[in-house]
Ligand binder design. Structure first.
Ligand code: 5GP
Ligand code: ZN
Length: 113
């Protein structure tokens, strides 16, 4: 998708610090980390938000979710972590390419802000 910053990251047009990559997904460190470990996990295919996920995406989404445990282990999150997906305006989503925030290495708060 033209002018999508995360498509550009997935296509290596914009540099980032990659934590994990395969043909389907990429995990890279957030520019403005909100925890000692903060990576964004994206499908390489452009999907605008969680609200746009359909049954066409079952394979990619299943793959992404199944990889979370490996990525978390690789980042040393053996004490737990939080996986967050901001969706739409009320969810405060700023980048319109589906992404999951994987946050760890600190105690999280609940309820979130
Ligand atoms: P959202 O608010 O949409 O859930 O999260 C977007 C996230 O993307 C933010 O945490 C922001 O810091 C991160 N971000 C925005 N632009 C870039 C970028 O160019 N590179 C990286 N690594 N992270 C970005
Ligand atoms: Zn995109």
């Amino acid at each position: 998708m033209e002018n999508c910053i995360f498509c550009k990251i997935a296509n290596k047009e914009i540099p980032c610090s990659i934590a994990y990559e395969d043909d389907v997904i990429m995990a890279f460190h957030d520019l403005q980390p909100q925890a000692p470990v903060h990576v964004l996990i994206i499908p390489k295919e452009h999907i605008a938000s969680l609200d746009e996920v359909s049954f066409d995406h079952v394979e990619a989404m299943g793959w992404l979710m199944a990889k979370v445990t490996d990525i978390a282990a690789q980042l040393g999150l053996e004490n737990g972590y939080r996986l967050v997906c901001n969706c739409g305006e009320d969810g405060m989503q700023t980048v319109k390419h589906l992404h999951f925030h994987l946050l760890g290495k600190r105690k999280m708060l609940w309820p979130p802000g």
